[in-house]
Design a protein around this ligand. Structure first.
Ligand code: UGA
Length: 439
């Protein structure tokens, strides 16, 4: 295996996990970030993000990993520079490329030899070409870069596994030389390549994420209709998913998709379509369905309480999905202001996302350390995340501890049959309500 001197710009989910996994496969990797505190932390072998297996790999590959804020020196002699900085959503829905351009500028000012710049961040179609032009027209030392599009498909919570055992490595290149180098970089991963032009690689990323978002919105619409006509979405999804053309993944109905990717990437593609005067009707629908779905539990709860004023509200799960502390676009953040504005007394439990939630709601919510504390004397309970601690909890606790055992499960954590003989109201998504409490 050929060992490359790789530099990764950005130490978020994409940048850090990529860097650490490349080191695991034998490359020498330097991770660059502007935040000195974060760099000091990582130098101690600690991960600034909660990601299974990441710290272990950081420790294991210490000798091949370095962390620095000194971008200039890091880029100077790099063979390959990966850009993994964020491309957040702008107010109009388009992707903000500010951070990508900041890195591009630093690269142009510092490199002293020709190198490959790999754009891992999710960027609008045409960006690789533009960044290449930008760097090459600003270099100081008469050197050239070639941009390679190499989109990322990792999911938060399983990022290390998704990177080391990816289902494909997409590489968008314009020259055989860049293709050769990229094949060597990823050689030890032993994963199938999709080699294409840069525009197609950029599109593969958006099209994949938006397809999954659309699949979720689709199953959520079917779930909503199931509720009306008396069908059961769990059985419906099972029946659909066994058809290998459909597949059984991403057919879990719930309170919609959140996170740092699907919401932003659907809006960005929609924006791009509009920009070229082409209306992407399916993507628009996925966005609209999701917006409504996120507050679906609140609408259901209004059946029981016109207002939440003065009520004890229990919340289990705050993160946008389990095994992450990330709160970006979490459905809980759409519901929480409604509960608090109404004047509810909210008690919440999320073992991992609590500290991030505290940054948004430091005092307005009482943070609990157990399911028991959260449920005690509650008038209603909302489940926003399907954490294992929820799925594995003793369901008798609802009846035992709550003042009124009204459970609104936004992630279908339990089989409705489990509540058949329990004196509770159990509402979920796309399934019949179990009501053994109010006759
Ligand atoms: C997503 C993609 O799955 C990754 O392939 C991609 O690389 C990543 O975005 C990215 O662009 O960086 P992620 O946002 O980490 O990954 O999380 P997912 O596991 O895909 O979940 C996204 C949202 O969809 C969550 O809120 C989840 O609860 C929801 N979801 C997922 C459903 O509501 N139903 C499902 O069946 C599956």
């Amino acid at each position: 295996m050929k060992q490359y001197n790789i530099v990764v710009a950005g130490t978020g989910y994409v940048g850090l996990v990529t860097g650490v996994c490349l080191a695991e496969k034998g490359h020498k990797v330097t991770c660059v970030d502007v935040n000195q505190e974060k760099i000091d932390y990582m130098k101690k072998g600690k991960s600034p993000i909660y990601e299974k297996g990441l710290e272990e790999l950081m420790m294991k590959n210490k000798a091949r990993l370095d962390y620095t804020t000194d971008a200039y020196n890091a880029y100077k002699n790099a063979d390959v520079i990966f850009i993994g900085v964020g491309t957040p959503e702008k107010k109009d829905g388009s992707a903000n490329l500010k951070y990508v351009y900041e890195v591009a500028k630093e690269i142009s000012q510092s490199i002293q030899k020709d190198c490959i710049v790999v754009l891992k961040s999710t960027v609008p179609i045409g960006t690789n070409k533009k960044i290449e032009k930008f760097i090459n027209s600003n270099t100081k030392n008469n050197v050239k870069v070639e941009l390679v599009s190499n989109p990322e498909f990792l999911s938060q919570g399983t990022a290390v596994r998704d990177t080391l055992h990816a289902q494909r490595i997409v590489i968008g290149v314009k020259s055989k030389n860049a293709e050769k180098i990229m094949r060597e970089v990823y050689d030890a991963f032993g994963i199938e390549y999709v080699i294409t032009d840069r525009e197609s690689a950029e599109m593969i990323k958006y099209a994949s994420n938006d397809f999954l978002a659309l699949k979720i919105s689709y199953i959520n619409e079917i779930a909503n209709l199931c509720e009306i006509v008396g069908a059961n979405i769990t059985d419906v999804a099972k029946g659909m998913g066994l058809d290998s053309r459909i597949g059984n993944k991403f057919l879990n109905a719930g309170i919609g998709y959140g996170g740092s990717c699907f919401p932003k990437d659907t809006k960005a593609l929609n924006w791009l379509g509009n920009y070229y005067d082409y209306e992407l009707k399916t993507i628009k629908a996925a966005i609209e369905v999701n917006e409504n779905q996120k507050i679906k539990l609140i609408k259901k709860a209004r059946k029981y309480y016109e207002t939440f004023e003065g009520l004890n509200v229990a919340v289990l799960g705050l993160a946008f999905k389990p095994n992450t502390d990330d709160l970006r676009d979490a459905p809980s953040l759409d519901c929480m202001p409604i509960l608090l504005d109404d004047g509810a007394k909210v008690k919440a439990y999320d073992p991992v996302a609590e500290s991030n939630y505290k940054k948004i709601y430091p005092t307005e919510i009482e943070y609990c350390k157990s399911v028991e504390d959260t449920l005690k004397d509650a008038d209603i309970c909302f489940i926003f995340t399907e954490w294992d601690f929820v799925k594995n909890m003793d369901i008798d606790l609802f009846e035992k501890l709550m003042k009124k055992p009204i459970i609104l499960d936004g992630r279908n954590c339990f089989d409705t049959n489990e509540f058949k003989n329990k004196k509770v109201i159990y509402e979920s998504i796309g399934r019949k309500c179990v009501n053994n409490y109010i006759k």
